[in-house]
Design a protein around this ligand. Structure first.
Ligand code: ADP
Length: 847
């Protein structure tokens, strides 16, 4: 499926390039302007240009796409790959030529290639690219230096022991107040042994067989084009052990990645191979991988800076908050839906409840006590006597799952990797592999053994100290005390386990867990992030299987260790890092002069004016026009699924288009990440959100309509992008203007303009028709007769009208509880929004 999808995207991309280059988008534009209903949201059905689906005919293509190649990174270039008699290339050519024999594949590829002979100097990973203010680290020797200077383990926080390799047991989320280190001389921290598994030699690095589509397609390069016109390209990340082509020096000098105390080596290798410069001291970095930071600190991020966290994720990253959030949903929707976390008491608040539960079980139960915000098994004990529980200090006391599923007599847990690329709309991906960590001593339910941490805890940090611990160097073998999740599935399948059902229950657990923190994260994200570009987050979710194979959520790590001390770790984390950085979508900061950008683009051989080079903040703005707010309000108020499926996509707003193109671009890079939300089946989860979310409805409708035929959806979006619909942004006065001509010129200032800068809004309106069309959304809604359920008549109200409007009684019980009817209301009320602690936590019967 994945192969086919990627192939379809590739074919479509080539078609779109054809349209841009060959007919310069005229046909699309003519059509949209001349045909009724073909403007915003109008679908293009001109069969003369409609690309055929890849499914039509490409027998054996998937096979070809799976070919791996060995690349000598010293002499690799796209041109060489093109000239090689590669089966996969020729088959793709064939497919495209069926429709348009005159098209050559050169510029249809998603990788922007710049010729070696061009005037632009290709940036090597040399250490001579220093800014005055930066201590840039881009060579292997720099790595070595940085590794020597490191004084603490990968996790590097106060809990980390010096030099300790902390493995996948992550640093603590001490509180929401944990901050990122932004001191200017933060040493990079290593404690990893990548060098010992031959990853340090850039010069002679070969491409190892990988399952990623990017490598197997044989398309090296430095920049990856968007599927859409007037969207800048993204940096193309290669693997930690595959040296990419490098970026031109003019670009590379701006691709600064700020090292934090926890940036893992596998990430640093990936970055350097992909053309980034690692810096310790810089304020205009464009990426960083660090610890979580205070929500307020997110405000200091610039629009072109990206960090691996969302504000507020401590709401699921701390054990006490995680419990409270899930327990709130459990009280509302029942144990059947949310009973996947062991019953937990947060001390000292829940002391009385714990005492009652203790007495009820006559002291026969086993409990596990944990600090509320620590990791790596620190401070964890299995207990069975009341006296063993400290009563005064903050503590989490959890029911011990005393009958775990055993393999070879040993207990194990699973580390799943979950990527959230956006909070509202919520987009969740799960990696198709992970880690299985075994306890090093065989399990016994005997009370006398409770003190044996090597038996009851599965943390690597603990078990590696056991004399019985055995490493597993082979990612495909069921041996030793660490396996990959994929090998676990193979093992369980042989045991007759329904692995698909088990996987589905894990996915269900993951979605519900993320949703449990969504409201707070969304609220803090809205309040503290300047741009949607700035955040994404990788979570490490730990799950224990009991003897019936029911998954139990143990914890969520918001800084999962990517430390790779063995080939097995690297086999899982290496490709995952590559995929997640590609999905996060890094773009070239907008710091190049117009002339420079033009020169670079022409050195790439790009003449097409629909391909910009640098980051465009308009694509990530969060502000909405009045019409857009109206549309959001309308659908968020008691709109049934049937109703929004019917028409939410009929009139796409510029903001809708921006969200959809980012999601589609992101999906092309998913690699081994699997999208689990939104899908055609995930509307069932909507009721668990604290408030109905417009974007989640829109994406549900989009998946429902286009998941079986993404090409059609992409074509629709591209037709809008060719009209620059996605560049139309709201102005503070409420009007919607476009910056169409702006996009055709490059900024003259080397520094990016501030948010909502006037020059972005003083450009002529693209087509007045579009603005009319937007206004008509609200007018149309107001005039349109709706079913009895739609008692709210929506007009383009002034903002104050929304603030006073009461929420309507809802149709379903789930929606009854949703008290925030519109985005506008949420926004204004954010300061008075009830905090987690305001939710009374009641005992769930029989839990
Ligand atoms: P940490 O963040 O310190 O790793 P965890 O909550 O993941 O804390 O617990 C550490 C280990 O303890 C887990 O890997 C698991 O083996 C064991 N464990 C934790 N909670 C339970 C539980 N409720 N029942 C059984 N074992 C548990």
């Amino acid at each position: 499926m994945q192969d086919r999808y990627l192939h379809e995207v590739e074919v479509l991309r080539s078609k779109l390039r054809e349209l841009r280059g060959g007919v310069d988008g005229k046909r699309l534009r003519q059509r949209s302007e001349s045909e009724p209903g073909a403007g915003f949201g109008g679908s293009c059905q001109d069969s003369s240009w409609e690309p055929k689906r890849a499914r039509d005919g490409s027998p054996g293509l998937t096979e070809n796409l799976n070919c791996c190649y060995i690349e000598d990174t010293k002499c690799s270039s796209y041109a060489q790959h093109q000239s090689e008699p590669s089966v996969s290339h020729s088959s793709r050519l064939e497919v495209m030529h069926v429709h348009k024999p005159s098209v050559h594949r050169g510029h249809n590829t998603k990788i922007l290639h710049f010729p070696v002979s061009s005037k632009t100097v290709i940036g090597k990973h040399s250490s001579d690219l220093h800014d005055d203010d930066d201590a840039s680290l881009s060579s292997d020797s720099d790595f070595a230096d940085s590794e020597r200077t490191c004084g603490s383990g990968e996790d590097g926080d106060s809990k980390g022991e010096p030099g300790e390799d902390s493995e996948e047991d992550d640093q603590s989320v001490l509180s929401s107040l944990t901050t990122i280190s932004n001191d200017s001389n933060t040493p990079s921290v290593v404690g990893e042994t990548l060098g010992s598994i031959s990853l340090s030699d850039h010069a002679h690095r070969k491409v190892i067989p990988v399952t990623s589509m990017i490598e197997t397609k044989g398309l090296p390069g430095c920049l990856r084009m968007s599927l859409f016109s007037y969207v800048p390209p993204y940096i193309h990340f290669t693997m930690h052990d595959v040296k990419g082509e490098g970026l031109p020096a003019e670009i590379q000098r701006h691709m600064k990645w700020k090292l934090s105390t926890i940036t893992p080596l596998v990430i640093r290798r990936t970055l350097v191979n992909s053309g980034f410069r690692l810096v310790r001291k810089s304020n205009d970095w464009c990426g960083t991988w660090g610890k979580h930071m205070k929500s307020l600190c997110f405000k200091t991020l610039k629009e072109f800076q990206k960090i691996n966290h969302f504000p507020g994720t401590f709401q699921i990253g701390r054990k006490d908050r995680l419990w409270k959030n899930l327990y709130r949903l459990m009280t509302k929707f029942g144990k059947k839906e949310f009973g996947f976390i062991p019953r937990t008491y947060v001390l000292p608040q829940d002391s009385k409840l714990l005492r009652q539960a203790w007495e009820k079980s006559c002291g026969k139960e086993k409990w596990i006590i944990k600090p509320p915000a620590s990791a790596r098994g620190t401070g964890i004990k299995v207990v069975h006597r009341w006296a063993q529980i400290p009563k005064k200090r903050p503590l989490v006391v959890q029911k011990y799952i005393s009958q775990p599923y055993l393999i070879n007599g040993s207990k194990f847990d699973l580390r799943l990797y979950v990527l959230v690329t956006n909070i509202n709309p919520l987009r969740i991906y799960i990696y198709d592999d992970g880690l299985v960590r075994f306890a090093s001593v065989k399990y016994s339910s005997d009370m006398a053994s409770l003190g044996d941490r090597y038996m009851h805890l599965t943390n690597y940090s603990i078990n590696k100290m056991s004399s019985q611990y055995t490493q597993n160097e082979d990612a495909t073998a069921c041996q030793g005390h660490k396996w990959t999740v994929k090998t676990l599935w193979t093992y369980l399948e042989k045991e007759g386990v329904d692995v698909t059902a088990l996987w589905n229950s894990l996915v269900d657990l993951v979605i519900k867990t993320i949703i449990s923190g969504e409201s707070s994260i969304n609220q803090l994200t809205r309040a503290n992030l300047v741009s949607r570009y700035c955040s994404y987050e990788l979570f490490g979710i730990d799950v224990l299987l009991d003897e019936t194979l029911k998954p139990w959520l143990l914890e969520v790590n918001i800084s999962p260790s990517l430390h790779s001390s063995s080939p097995l770790d690297l086999a899982v984390k290496g490709p995952m890092v590559r995929d997640l950085l590609n999905m996060a979508g890094y773009q070239v900061p907008n710091k190049l002069l117009i002339a420079q950008q033009e020169e670079i683009l022409s050195s790439f051989g790009v003449k097409d004016k629909t391909i910009p080079l640098c980051f465009d903040k308009r694509l990530y703005i969060t502000a909405l026009s009045k019409e857009e707010r109206n549309k959001h309000s309308f659908y968020q108020q008691n709109c049934s699924r049937e109703e929004y499926l019917e028409d939410i996509l009929k009139h796409l707003t510029p903001d809708d288009v921006r969200h959809l193109i980012q999601s589609e671009d992101e999906l092309t890079q998913a690699g081994r990440f699997l999208k689990i939300f939104p899908t055609t089946a995930t509307h069932m989860y909507h009721e668990f959100f604290e408030a109905p979310r417009y974007y989640n409805m829109m994406f549900d409708a989009w998946e429902n309509k286009y998941s079986g035929n993404r090409q059609e959806g992409i074509e629709l979006l591209e037709s809008l992008c060719l009209q620059k619909a996605h560049l139309v942004i709201p102005v503070p006065g409420g009007l919607t203007k476009s910056s169409a001509s702006q996009s055709k010129t490059f900024p003259t200032s080397p520094s990016p303009p501030p948010a909502h800068e006037e020059k972005y809004e003083t450009q002529p309106v693209v087509e007045s028709r579009k603005v009319q069309c937007l206004s008509s959304v609200a007018l149309y809604r107001a005039a349109r007769p709706r079913s009895g359920k739609f008692s709210v008549v929506l007009k383009p109200y002034p903002r104050s009208a929304y603030l006073t409007r009461k929420a309507k009684p809802s149709i379903t019980p789930a929606k009854t509880s949703s008290s925030a009817p519109t985005n506008s209301v949420i926004e204004v009320q954010s300061s008075s929004h009830p905090t987690l602690d305001d939710h009374p936590v009641k005992e769930v019967a029989s839990y």
